[in-house]
Write a protein that binds this ligand. Structure first.
Ligand code: PLP
Length: 410
């Protein structure tokens, strides 16, 4: 008899986006003539940079010829891409990495979800709340999250609230936690930590032998100088942190699928008998067994992001979204709403007026302004009373949405 992994049965259904779809559909049926503007999407809409398209075409042609054909590549990624990553994403910030510390993958979701393979099932886990759901759900699947309590929290997970009250800066825990997930710039709140604030986390991790899993998927959206692009800008971070990067939001690779993970060689974790094991070695072993690399075509496309033309095209796309973010922030503030984020990230986190619940405001915004957002409570208990809007739409839609919200609220 084959037995299932019963930890999966503990997972509550993921209803957030299907619940939103249901509400949107019933609105459409009762209001067939009204046009809706969707500011809830977590996917990019601008096409791939031309430099990536050209690189992909060229790579396809190489695969078409016997002389230049490539089959399996290195599980860790091709040197041409790893070298471009180190030279462009880290060296200019004074961070020195060697190629064996960079692991190219098929996107950050896979690795943020899979990294738990190399960590014991009984480590304690800390997350900021609200949160990108992958961090918790992947821990539930291997039993590390414990059991779901009636308050909607997992017994082995420490939730660190990030709300307007603490300016979205998670408090340093007053106890030891083995593994802490940090995501900055943050999805869903769009907020960031300054270098000094992130340094407190690195210091905590070094003092408590904590492993930080740092998700920097939105690094390319950072506009302000004192916001770190990499956790390794903080002294000592190589001893305590793994960093995840993604080309998805940076360069429109959500459908192409490519990102990378940095596991510094100084980074170790303990066995029960106290031996220190380099995590890079374990991750390399894990990848070689369970992953066969991102496609050659994809990695050539990713390499092209770092060409002079590619860099400019990526910047143009990001500027496009960040202009939306500015339009939205200004428009929402003019409508009398309190908004956070949107300065170093494509996400706007708006506080519902008068302490209204996330879902109630979502429905009113849908019916009164015909604008769709995402209820903040869907990202965790501390998201209650907030709505997430994304800047991934068109300029026209963003401007029209702001007009509608102002007409409704003012
Ligand atoms: C979109 C996103 C990612 C990137 O996922 P990919 O698998 O690379 O597309 C990672 N982390 C967060 C928080 C995200 O929002």
């Amino acid at each position: 008899m084959a037995l299932v992994n019963e930890h999966f049965l503990k997972l509550p259904g993921s209803y957030l986006f299907s619940d939103i779809a249901k509400k949107v559909n019933s609105f459409k049926i009762t209001h067939p003539k009204q046009s809706l503007i969707r500011l809830g999407i977590g996917d990019v809409t601008r096409p791939l940079p031309q430099a990536c398209i050209e690189a992909m075409h060229k790579a396809v042609d190489e695969l078409a010829s016997e002389k230049t054909f490539r089959g399996y590549g290195p599980e860790q990624g091709y040197d041409f891409l790893i070298d471009a990553i180190i030279k462009n994403d880290f060296q200019p910030r004074g961070i020195h990495l060697t190629p064996s510390e960079v692991f190219v993958n098929d996107g950050a979701k896979s690795d943020t979800g899979n990294i738990g393979d190399i960590l014991r099932h009984d480590n304690s886990v800390g997350v900021t709340d609200p949160i990108y759901p992958v961090y918790i759900d992947s821990n539930v699947m291997c039993g590390r999250a414990g059991v779901l309590e009636p308050d909607g929290k997992w017994s082995n997970v420490t939730y660190m609230p990030c709300t307007a009250e603490n300016h979205f800066i998670p408090a340093i825990p007053d106890k030891r936690i083995d593994i802490v997930y940090l995501c900055y710039p943050n999805n869903p709140t769009g907020t960031t930590l300054t270098k000094d604030q992130l340094k407190k986390w690195v210091d905590y991790a070094l003092a408590n032998d904590t492993l930080i899993l740092f998700d920097a998927a939105y690094e390319a959206f950072i506009q302000e100088d004192n916001v770190p692009h990499s956790i390794y800008e903080i002294k000592g971070a190589k001893k305590c942190a793994i960093e995840f990067r993604s080309f998805s939001k940076t360069a429109g690779f959500t459908g192409v699928r490519c990102g990378y993970t940095v596991v510094p060689k100084e980074l170790t974790a303990a066995t029960l008998t106290g031996d220190r094991i380099p995590l890079g070695k374990l991750w390399n072993r894990r990848q070689c067994t369970k992953f066969n690399g991102a496609s050659y075509i994809t990695q050539r496309a990713a390499e092209a992001i770092y060409s002079p033309e590619g860099k400019q095209q990526v910047r143009d796309n990001i500027n496009y979204y960040m202009e939306n973010a500015r339009t939205m922030k200004k428009g929402l503030e003019a409508a009398g709403l309190k908004v956070f984020g949107g300065v170093n990230s494509p996400y706007i986190w708006l506080k519902t007026p008068d302490g209204m619940g996330s879902w109630k405001f979502f429905e009113q915004m849908l019916y009164e302004a015909n604008v769709v957002g995402t209820p903040g409570v869907g990202f965790g208990p501390s998201g209650e009373g907030y709505i997430r809007l994304t800047a991934f739409g068109s300029h026209e839609d963003c401007q029209e949405a702001m007009k509608r919200l102002q007409r409704w609220l003012i």
